[in-house]
Design a binder for this molecule. Sequence first.
Ligand code: NAP
Length: 325
Amino acid sequence: MKAIVCEAFGGPEVLAWRDVPDPPPPGPGELQVHIQARGAQYVDVLMLAGKYQFRPEPPFIPGNEGAGEVVAVGPGVTRFKPGEKIMSRQRLGAFAELGNAKAEDCDQVPSGMSLEQAAVFRGAHHTAYHALMQRGRLQPGEWVMVNGAAGGIGIAAIQIAKLFGATVIATASNEEKRRICLEEGADYAIDYRAGLRDKVKELTGARDGVDIVYDPIGAEVFDESLRCLRWGGRILVLGFLGGGPSTPRTNYLLIKGLEVIGVRLGGVTEYQPEIGRENMRKLVELAGQGKLRPRISHSFPLERAADAIQTIIDRKVIGKAVLVG
Ligand SMILES: NC(=O)c1ccc[n+]([C@@H]2O[C@H](COP(=O)([O-])OP(=O)(O)OC[C@H]3O[C@@H](n4cnc5c(N)ncnc54)[C@H](OP(=O)(O)O)[C@@H]3O)[C@@H](O)[C@H]2O)c1
């Protein structure tokens, strides 16, 4: 089969379009999928650079989510059969024509969703759902500020927070990104580089801040975001795109009764798989009702994966990038 192979740690230039052996027949509990679309995302940028928490040694085939048609099922698999269209999440290997995935990490493509949309749905929407609903304990009527809101997990968070009754402030770096955040349902969209605190206090009025901040950025944006929380607020730590982790000002935590809460989707699937499966059942149901749809700004043929990675690094993707074929 053809695949994109990461041949050394580095940037997009380390990706090569190669002929590689087909995967072995699916083992117990596995499916073999003819992958027709897969998500490319910031996690891939980190993994190629050898900077992600899971650090496979090159050569490896990147890609942790995809969608396509089941070609074979392994022993014990009863939920799926050959010919069905599914979406999958896997540790590696989605930047290829064929891949094996655990059946428990796969779902039927929700009705009304294209394969491209299904390929990029699981990771971002599951992250946002777990973060807001389980870690953030979002209640209807609360205010949520979503940082990096025009990114993959950001747009998913806007959609989920709105669906569950929140008022949403999106933060993004340029006018086009802010316009799209509003189109996706955010009530307000602001530039986080212009200073957040005063603007958020003005928008929230007598509430005096938001209840939840959803933060994949870290660094100064995290520090500034802490000051946007009202009494009893929660800040969800999802990533460190701004350059690294922060040391929370613990005096702010004490004075306002704040909580700093870590979020890691991989931890749910590893330690609380029953919660992960129930979350996906709910998300597939909501997507099937047309209430959730990933937004895709860029689509590339699989062999141009390096261009997709460069577009992510250049912060041009709004929502998700997909690799097809
Ligand atoms: N904890 C978890 O379970 C979990 C799960 C999935 C992803 N993540 C992490 O969440 C982060 C976001 O993932 P994503 O897929 O949403 O990424 P993405 O689609 O690339 O979006 C990231 C957004 O962050 C903003 N940003 C700020 N500083 C940036 C920088 N230096 N480089 C790139 N973007 C920057 C960009 O918006 P502006 O231009 O508006 O600033 C961009 O729209 C990543 O660090 C990823 O590893 C965590």
